[in-house]
Write a protein that binds this ligand. Sequence first.
Ligand code: AMP
Length: 281
Amino acid sequence: MKVCKTIKEIQDSLKSEEQPIALIPTMGALHKGHISLIEKAKSECKTVVVYVYVNPLQFSPNEDFNSYPRDIESDIETCKGLGVDFLFTPESSEVFPDIEKEKKEVITPPHNFTSLLCGKSRKGHFEGVATVLKRFFEIIGPDKVYFGEKDRQQLYIVQWLIDEFKFPIELVSCPIVRDISGLALSSRNSYLNDDQIETAARIYKALEIGKVNIHSGIFTVKKALLESLVYLSNYPEVKVEYLEARDKDSLKEVDNDKKHDFYVFIAAKIGNVRLIDNIEV
Ligand code: AMP
């Protein structure tokens, strides 16, 4: 595996590589969720590129950019062990030589994808995500990109970006990897202590309860989500930011009598740690 730090290095290296080229964008501190994306890419593509870049544009000033978990030595070992061909770990100055200019020229995905769910509280987040992804798509020129369904709202932004800028790229979405308790794996779980990890598993439990209640036919969507909130109120350390049912195609609110074919999304804080999850109903 070659570790590249500069754009020139990665571009020169990729010139002689076989297609299809897979790209797995990450912010590092790799765990089994990331690993599942890499394994899928390995099984489908000749050349696999992983990047580790903690994107300053997607954090607002009050968020955890500075303290975000970073463990590049361990990430290098993980990627080597998985047979990754290239690990791209550029400095910010390499990706955005003029970050102030970049901040003024961020890509703006459609409001109907960015103004709801995580976009409501994380102002500018998806604009930052789209801006950095466009930059990496241009640098690497991948044939396929791999993203996790844990960040399901992000998938809508990525597909929009691909369509809007006519990138010849296929988006591959990968199922959420959970630990045995149901907790969705996340780099941010490392901020939690043992008790909080146990409590955090309730977030997924609440989603499952909602799904069962909707499928049972007795509950409307709204009533089922209320029941899930009642369940979570037994764990006052879990501060729910939103719990919402959204249409699969449009992310619009769903009809209250709907029983299938939509997603329920949740964001909640435990202490200062913001966690997200979702489930298909
Ligand atoms: P991150 O490093 O958190 O930006 O995540 C990089 C990629 O890994 C994103 O596409 C995430 O959706 C994906 N990912 C993170 N956690 C998981 C998980 N538990 N299961 C599946 N994919 C994940």
